[in-house]
Design a binder for this molecule. Structure first.
Ligand code: NAP
Ligand code: G4F
Length: 333
């Protein structure tokens, strides 16, 4: 039986990847952080699986990584764990560097020292392209515009270096934004879909957002984890961009999401400077040609379809909260 080790298993992507790998017959091991309350809601539905094992550890704690690689002896390692919020990285730059940059080095060192020869996937990001104009591909220049982007760029290059220096099967997936009903509530798409649902159910009347002009290339997370797995099944290690190839502004996303619930976004969205960043990434639109040609991977869900499916999921979830509790739920808007 193949064994996979996933850091970030409690996150959006980790939960979809765990489902995918369990469905393929893998034994799945996940790294979880100790918290004062359990935050495993995205993987709760997998707990009955006897092939799922969770282990305490942290990317900022090298000893835990060495011990886990040694005891699990995985065939595949997916490094999805990260402080993944760009705005927060300006407020916590040092922690972001420790988890998102040095954390990858700690994990790669644990793998190298183990001599196990496991395959390694690094969750690289389109945020590394920063101010490089679109379309961005595997050969575009990296010009990060945030502590998060800079930390991820270190991880990207150290992954390339461990591949070249130690002949590890180590690859980076350079993923453009991907979302789902499991997206964290403080990322803009989920903030919008939750906001639409809250407004529709009468919980609130407005939603505060920052810069509406930025362009992002938004796909459906469930499809992107398939690409991660495919990258580790190849004969030779290679880095790939995963994206839809289409750009959409935050304003357009709002328009689609509010319209799906029969609302006009301009009646409800208010500007709030606190959600703007010291430096913004203006436009990210990926060129996924290499992934089409060499992996056979393609994004199937358009950004408009994604917006609608997220609104549907939140209308249902918020509606249930309002019905069950009979009070206005405290939503993180
Ligand atoms: P997410 O929902 O924010 O999940 C992040 C995961 O990392 C969570 O499981 C979190 O654990 C864990 N984590 C945070 N700090 C950690 C630490 N110090 N040690 C161990 N684990 C830690 O992120 P996502 O959207 O699933 O993204 C997955 C990965 O892809 C991330 O590395 C992200 O930077 C990268 N990425 C995401 C996108 C995107 O659009 N979603 C695009 C490109 C790249 P807790 O649950 O305990 O907080
Ligand atoms: O949803 P966002 O926070 O995502 P961002 O910054 O693009 O980062 C996400 O995608 C990266 C891939 O490129 C990942 F690596 C990263 O981990 C994360 O998953 O913001 C998207 C855009 C930005 O331009 C931001 O300024 O939306 C704008 N925005 C406007 N109002 C807002 C808000 N973003 C957030 N989070 N909250 C707002 O109220």
């Amino acid at each position: 039986m193949r064994r996979a080790f996933i850091t970030g298993i409690t996150g959006q992507d980790g939960s979809y990847l765990a489902e995918l790998l369990l469905g393929k017959g893998y034994e799945v091991h996940g790294l979880v952080r100790r918290a004062s309350t359990l935050n495993r809601s995205r993987i709760d539905h997998l707990h009955a699986e006897d092939r799922l094992h969770l282990h305490y550890g942290d990317l900022t704690d090298g000893v835990s990584l060495v011990n886990l690689i040694h005891s699990i002896a995985p065939h595949e390692v997916y490094n999805l764990g990260a402080q993944s919020h760009v705005k927060v990285s300006f407020e916590m730059p040092e922690y972001t560097a420790s988890a998102d940059a040095v954390g990858t080095l700690r994990l790669l060192e644990a793998i190298r020292a183990s001599g196990l020869g496991c395959r390694f996937y690094q969750a690289s990001t389109s945020e590394m392209f920063g101010s490089t104009p679109p379309p961005q591909s595997e050969i575009s220049a990296f010009r990060p515009r945030s502590p998060y982007g800079a930390a991820k760029l270190y991880s990207h290059w150290v992954t390339v270096n461990y591949r070249e220096a130690y002949d590890l099967f180590a690859v980076s997936g350079i993923l453009f934004n991907h979302e789902s009903p499991r997206r964290g509530e403080s990322f803009v798409t989920r903030k919008i879909s939750l906001g639409v649902a809250a407004i529709k159910h009468g919980v609130t009347d407005h939603l505060h957002l920052g810069n509406l002009a930025a362009v992002r290339d938004w796909g459906y997370a469930k499809e992107y984890v398939e690409g991660m797995w495919q990258m580790l099944q190849r004969d030779e290690p290679e880095d790939f961009v995963l994206a839809t190839g289409t750009g959409t502004t935050i304003r357009q996303f709002c328009e689609t999401a509010f319209a799906h619930a029969g609302l006009n976004w301009e009646d409800h969205v208010r500007h709030d400077k606190q959600y703007e960043r010291p430096t913004e990434v203006d436009a990210l639109i990926g060129d996924p040609s290499r992934a089409h040609e060499r992996l056979g991977w393609t994004a199937r869900t358009t950004t408009d379809e994604l917006a609608r499916l997220m609104v549907d999921a939140d209308l249902e979830a918020v509606g249930r909260l309002v019905r069950d509790r009979g009070v206005s739920p405290n939503l993180p808007l």
